[in-house]
Design a protein around this ligand. Structure first.
Ligand SMILES: *Cc1c(COP(=O)(O)O)cnc(C)c1O
Length: 411
C-alpha cells in the first residue's frame, strides 16, 4: 500500500525542527501526537517575534506596543472564530486549554443553573478532564452524573443515550473524538437529541478540533472547547466557544482586572463579552502564536491533513492487525488517527520503554481515561497517534520496532 497524499510531507517535515532530533542515537519517530503535537517553525518564530518586538500589556495601554499587541491578540480570536465557524468573536473565550474550558463552564454555568436532582450525562470514554469537573459539580449540587455505555468496538450506545435523556437532563458533555480509542462520536445527532429535552451540550474538542473540520453553528453545540498544543500551537493556551445567549447568562469565572466595567466597594459591573470571562493579564504571547498555528493548518488544508492521517491510520491498522497476539482496542467504524493496542503477553509499559530505546515515542498507560480502562478490563494500552508530519516509512519503523520488542520479550 502506498500513502497517496496531496500534500508534500517532505516539505512539511522541514517546518518542524524537532523532527531532526536524535533519541537514543536514533532519528526520532514521534507518535505521541494525541498527547501533544510538535510545533512548526512559524509558531516558534511568532513567539520569538512577540517577545522581541511587540511585548506589552493589552487592551488598556495608551502606547504603540500596547496597541500592536492588542490587535495581534484579537486577531487570534478572529482566527478561532473562523476556525470553528462561530457566529461572532464574542463567543470565543481564551483559556489555558480544554481542561480549563470544562472547569470554567462547570464553575459558572454549572454553579448557576444545575440544581439538586438534575442530571448531567457524560460517556464511558471521557478523558478525566471531562469527568472530574462534572463530578465535583454534582457533589456540590446533589445532582446526578449518568454515563453512556459503549459497545465492544468502542462506539457509544446511542439507544441507551436517548433513553437516558429526560426533562431531568440539564447538561450533556461528550468527547468529539476519543483520545484513547480514536472513536469519532456522532455529536450532531447527540446534540439534536439533547436539545429536544432542553439540555445544553458541551463538546470536548481536544482531539476533534485537530482532526475534523469544525462548524459549531452546524453542530449547534452550546459549548466547544479545545487546546492549542494539540493543534501545533504552544502549551498553556486554548479556546472555549459558547453560544452568546448562554455566555451572557453566565456569571464571570474569575474576578479581577480586565473583566470589569466599573468597580466600587459597593458594587462591580462586568465588562462585555468576551472580556467578562477573561480576568487578569492573559497569555498574550502564546495567544499570538496560536494564530500562527491555525494559519499553518489552514494553509495545508484540514481536509488534506485528515486524508493523510487516515491513510496512515489504515496502513498502521493493517500492519498491526497482522501481528500475532496483538489486539487493537477501539475498532469503531468512524475513527481518527489514534490506535490503541495491547499484547496478550507483553505489558504496555515494556512496549513503551523498548520502543523509546529505538527512538520511537508512543504513549502507554491509561491515557487519562481510567474509568474506560476499567470498563475494558485493562490496566492500560499502548497508543500510537499520527499528525500531519508522520510518514508511511515511520509506520514501517514502528512495526519493525515492535517486532524487535516481541523478539526480546518472547525470547
Ligand atoms: C488532551 C485532552 C484533554 C485535556 O486537554 P488539556 O490540553 O490537557 O487541557 C481533554 N480531552 C481529550 C479528549 C483530550 O485528548
Amino acid at each position: 500500500m502506498n500513502i497517496d497524499t496531496k500534500i508534500n510531507i517532505a516539505a512539511i517535515r522541514e517546518d518542524f525542527p524537532i523532527l531532526n532530533e536524535q533519541v537514543n542515537g536514533k532519528a526520532l519517530v514521534y507518535f505521541d501526537n494525541a498527547a501533544t503535537s510538535q510545533k512548526p517553525q512559524v509558531v516558534i518564530d511568532a513567539l520569538n517575534q512577540y517577545y522581541t518586538h511587540t511585548n506589552a500589556n493589552i487592551h488598556r495601554g495608551a502606547h504603540y506596543l500596547a496597541a500592536k499587541a492588542t490587535s495581534e491578540y484579537e486577531a487570534t480570536r478572529e482566527a478561532i472564530k473562523t476556525f470553528l465557524n462561530a457566529e461572532s468573536s464574542e463567543e470565543i473565550i481564551f483559556t489555558k486549554g480544554t481542561t480549563e474550558g470544562i472547569n470554567l463552564v462547570a464553575a459558572t454555568y454549572g454553579r448557576k443553573f444545575i440544581k439538586k436532582g438534575d442530571e448531567i450525562i457524560i460517556s464511558t470514554m471521557e478523558h478525566h478532564s471531562n469527568i472530574v469537573p462534572w463530578q465535583m459539580l454534582c457533589e456540590e449540587k446533589e445532582a446526578i452524573l449518568k454515563v453512556i455505555p459503549i459497545n465492544e468496538t468502542g462506539e457509544l450506545d446511542l439507544d441507551a443515550y436517548k433513553n437516558m435523556l429526560s426533562d431531568r437532563t440539564k447538561l450533556v458533555s461528550i468527547v468529539h473524538i476519543s483520545n484513547a480509542l480514536g472513536t469519532i462520536n456522532p455529536v450532531k445527532e447527540m446534540i439534536e437529541a439533547a436539545h429536544q429535552v432542553d439540555a445544553v451540550v458541551f463538546v470536548d474538542g481536544a482531539q476533534g478540533a485537530v482532526h475534523l473540520d469544525i462548524d459549531v453553528q452546524a453542530l449547534d453545540c452550546d459549548f466547544y472547547a479545545f487546546s492549542g498544543h494539540k493543534v501545533y500551537a504552544p502549551t498553556g493556551i486554548g479556546a472555549l466557544y459558547g453560544k452568546k445567549a448562554i455566555l451572557e447568562k453566565m456569571p464571570p469565572y474569575h474576578g479581577g482586572g480586565e473583566m470589569i466595567k466599573e468597580v466600587s466597594f459597593e458594587k462591580t459591573t462586568y465588562n462585555e463579552l468576551p472580556f467578562k470571562i477573561e480576568a487578569g493579564t492573559p497569555n498574550i504571547g502564546d495567544v499570538i502564536a496560536f494564530k500562527a498555528a491555525l494559519d499553518y493548518v489552514q494553509g495545508i488544508g484540514k481536509a488534506h491533513i485528515a486524508a493523510h492521517e487516515k491513510a496512515l491510520l489504515d496502513y498502521a491498522t493493517q500492519q498491526l492487525a497482522a501481528i500475532e497476539g496483538l489486539r487493537i482496542v477501539g475498532t469503531a467504524k468512524e475513527k481518527a488517527s489514534v490506535i490503541s493496542f495491547v499484547f496478550e503477553d507483553i505489558h504496555h509499559a515494556d512496549v513503551g520503554v523498548l520502543l523509546d530505546n529505538q527512538g520511537i515515542a508512543i504513549r502507554t498507560g491509561h491515557h487519562c481515561a481510567q474509568p474506560l480502562m476499567k470498563h475494558l478490563g485493562l490496566s492500560g494500552t499502548s497508543r500510537a497517534s499520527f499528525a500531519v508530519y508522520n510518514t508511511q516509512e515511520e509506520v514501517d519503523q514502528f512495526i519493525t520496532g515492535l517486532k524487535k520488542v516481541i523478539k526480546m520479550m518472547r525470547g
